[in-house]
Design a protein around this ligand. Structure first.
Ligand code: SF4
Length: 398
């Protein structure tokens, strides 16, 4: 990495840069609920939600989460299923489980008092260097740097060279971040950097003509802003399709954890993925086929490929004819799912609880899950995929 054309070791340069960016942030920052109602707890929740998720998506989730779990005691006391239910739709559910585990740790080991330094936050589940720095600076006013991908890009451009993770540039970016956060309003400074990265210094096509700190930007001085720190192309999206089945009985629907036995479907192509597995751990969903590559099969193909006796093989009895009740699209990580939903009326077993054996002699002894009333289901910890599928069932009933 070449030397920066801007001398950030100069006190006057740093003071000028900080003043300009903080003034821009004060005037232009987005009105976000966790900024309006600043608290250590609210900051922590927002930072966990914002990992891998856009601000626009997070806002309503944060509002609902804080309304239901207004403090760490309420969060720690809640069952995990309820926490996951309030996270449903945000994806990356490991974050929710870690958040919950951290709340329980704070209450059990510290009487509900949050750590008062960066190291204390790092010791909690789900908190890495970035989150610890962000929470410590925003919530505690400590001069802790918070370098995520956005901030890395902005600082890399200021330094005037590409800053790829793992390269020697990591050290330069970390040094610059640590040096610039020292001063008053460290939290606002970190937020200003993030805001600049989100609104102006974007990954592709940075808006240098609107940038408040262009005079301090090495990449702009060198005329290379467009080519510096451009993100690598994301892995190609994988178009897949699947059939979700709503087994219905007396106003109830069968819900089960992901990773259970798949509905057999003889489509004649190898699956692209054996359905959800760990992706939706801790949530309930509907029985599903494997995920097949698109566009080889249409929805009708999937329904037609259900073999004779498939309902019985799945462990249900007294089936009527399956009906296609809807279709929707859904994105999970890099998979772009086209989901068809079939509803099948079956007989409610006499004994509730674990489902009956699905193969008398077979290797699978039971299908874990439970019957849930259709009215109750949306309030449970169900996956977003299942939520959309249940809406199709409701729409079909009219
Ligand atoms: S001048 Fe351009 S490249 Fe430099 S910080 Fe501003 S937007 Fe980013």
């Amino acid at each position: 990495m070449t030397a920066s054309p801007v001398d950030f070791t100069d006190d006057a340069v740093r003071a000028g840069l900080r003043g300009v960016l903080l003034a821009w942030f004060d005037a232009r920052q987005r009105d976000l609920p966790w900024r309006r109602r600043r608290s250590l707890y609210g900051t922590w929740i927002s930072e966990m939600m914002l990992q891998q998720t856009t601000v626009a998506t997070v806002v309503p989730y944060w509002e609902r989460f804080l309304a239901r779990f207004p403090d760490v005691y309420a969060l720690a006391a809640a069952p995990e299923a309820e926490v996951l239910a309030h996270w449903s739709g945000l994806g990356y559910y490991r974050r929710a489980r870690q958040l919950h585990a951290a709340a329980r740790q704070v209450v059990a080991e510290h009487g509900g008092a949050f750590p008062d330094d960066t190291e204390g936050w790092r010791a909690l589940p789900g908190i890495g260097p970035y989150a610890a720095g962000a929470i410590a600076s925003l919530g505690l006013g400590l001069p802790a740097a918070a370098v995520d991908a956005n901030v890395r890009r902005v600082l890399g451009r200021w330094l005037g060279a590409a800053c790829q993770p793992g390269a020697g540039s990591d050290r330069q970016v970390a040094d610059l971040a640590g040096c610039l956060v020292r001063g008053d309003r460290p939290g606002a400074w970190n937020e200003a950097l993030m805001e600049l990265g989100a609104l102006v210094c974007q990954p592709r096509g940075p808006r240098c003509e609107d940038c408040p700190v262009g005079a301090y930007c090495g990449a702009r001085r060198l005329g290379i802003a467009d080519s510096v720190a451009v993100p690598e192309a994301r892995p190609a999206a994988l178009p897949v399709q699947a059939l979700l089945v709503a087994f219905l009985a007396e106003g109830r629907v069968w819900l089960e954890p992901p990773g259970g036995p798949l509905i057999r479907c003889d489509v004649g192509v190898a699956p692209a993925r054996e359905a959800l597995g760990k992706l939706h751990q801790g949530l309930l969903t509907l029985p599903t086929t494997a995920w097949y590559p698109r566009p080889e099969k249409s929805a009708c193909d999937l329904l037609a490929a259900l073999p004779a006796g498939w309902v019985d093989a799945a462990g249900f009895a007294g089936a009527g004819a399956p009906r296609a009740v809807g279709r929707f699209r859904h994105a999970i990580t890099r998979y772009r799912l086209l989901v068809d939903v079939a509803a099948v009326g079956v007989t409610l077993p006499e004994t509730p609880g674990p489902h009956r054996d699905i193969r008398a002699q077979g290797e699978i002894s039971s299908r874990p899950g439970r019957w849930v009333s259709l009215a109750e289901a949306p309030g449970l910890n169900i996956s977003q995929l299942a939520r959309k599928a249940l809406r199709c069932c409701g729409d079909a009933r009219g």
